[in-house]
Write a protein that binds this ligand. Structure first.
Ligand code: ASP
Length: 326
């Protein structure tokens, strides 16, 4: 039987409410890893589990400093010959950022699988126990090798890059990039062999203490174009614009965006639309912006933080190249 490491970080999957019908007024991260395991004794039939409690957070409070701690812990576990895969329980709210961070900093044939829940552990028909069971099945399965970091949620398997939370309440809360889920867990099967070996965007320097600040700006009709300057003056080292439609930059934004790029502040054109890729346009050559490709704005931000942290000017273009994201 394989041996899996389970890293618990909190979230609704570890949430507790006063009533079994309360699915919104609860404390995320209230229960420990032991309670999660106790709810799924069937895990003993698929793997040996070594559980640890790294954080007990509502993932709205997860920050880049937590990603660095988690990333280093995951690397240590992946380097351990006794561990065959890693499962991480997390809140749904910022799961896509943590998943992107891990995907962009690790390369191992061993699976790393994140999962979560929409209903607290105390709720009627809580989805956490089955999601945890499925995630462990994914991490323990031979066909998961070489697929990088995965998100197992609601009977579907998504690659970390491109995944996004797309629904605020319903249980089928996640979606993938244009290609969608790459497999399902009921029963477990992948739709195609792994596309390419995972490769990290940057290797985390052991002494990297924090990530450069990158902000996401949501652009509505008539949003004032002076905002980039304000954020840069406040310390932003890069910007992601969540733009209307297909990354459409309002004309009034062109001068401040070009000025930001000229000052060495990279700018990514992403979309405020929930789905669909952003491809390169003539505007990107003119202004020096980068299209987000299949990444949602939240993940484009993580990618830009890491590209800036790695100090490699080509990292971002490599990431956004068509072959990087499944
Ligand atoms: N606020 C919770 C969290 O992200 C939501 C959830 O896990 O579903 O931790």
């Amino acid at each position: 039987m394989p041996t899996l490491a389970l890293i618990a970080t909190g979230g609704t999957i570890a949430g507790a409410a006063a009533s079994a019908t309360d699915t919104t007024g609860y404390t995320a991260g209230a229960l420990g890893a032991d309670a999660l395991l106790a709810a799924v004794p069937q895990l003993a039939g698929i793997a040996g589990i070594r559980a640890e409690q790294l954080f007990s957070l509502d993932s709205k409070n997860m920050a880049p400093a937590h990603w660095l701690v988690l990333g280093r812990r995951v690397q240590t576990l992946l380097d351990d010959d006794a561990i065959d895969g890693v499962v991480i329980t997390h809140g749904t709210d910022t799961l896509e950022e943590t998943a992107a961070f891990l995907a962009l900093t690790h390369a191992s044939a061993k699976p790393v699988v994140l999962t979560a829940a929409m209903r607290p552990a105390t709720a009627l028909s809580a989805d956490g126990p089955m999601n945890l069971y499925s995630a462990a099945c994914v991490a323990a399965h031979a066909d998961s090798a070489g697929r990088g970091v995965l998100v197992s949620f609601g009977d579907a398997i998504y690659p970390a890059l491109g995944v996004r939370k797309r629904e605020t309440h319903r249980l089928d809360a996640f979606g993938g990039a244009s290609a969608g889920a790459i497999g399902r867990t009921d029963p477990l099967r992948y739709f195609a062999p792994p596309a390419a070996a995972p490769r990290p965007l940057i290797a985390l320097a052991p002494d990297l203490a924090e990530l450069p600040r990158v902000d996401v700006l949501y652009i509505g009709a008539g949003t004032p174009p002076g905002l980039p300057d304000l954020l840069i003056a406040d310390g932003a080292r890069g910007l992601v614009l969540a733009l209307p439609g297909n990354g459409s930059l309002p004309s009034a934004w062109e001068p401040p965006v070009a000025a930001a790029v000229a000052r060495g502040i990279p700018v990514i054109r992403a979309s405020r639309v929930g789905m669909g890729p952003i491809g390169r346009k003539a505007m990107d050559d003119r202004l020096g912006t980068h299209p987000a490709g299949e990444l949602p704005a939240s993940q484009a931000r993580v990618a830009l933080m890491l590209a800036l942290a790695g100090g490699d000017a080509t990292a971002l273009d490599r990431l956004l190249a068509d072959d990087y994201i499944p």
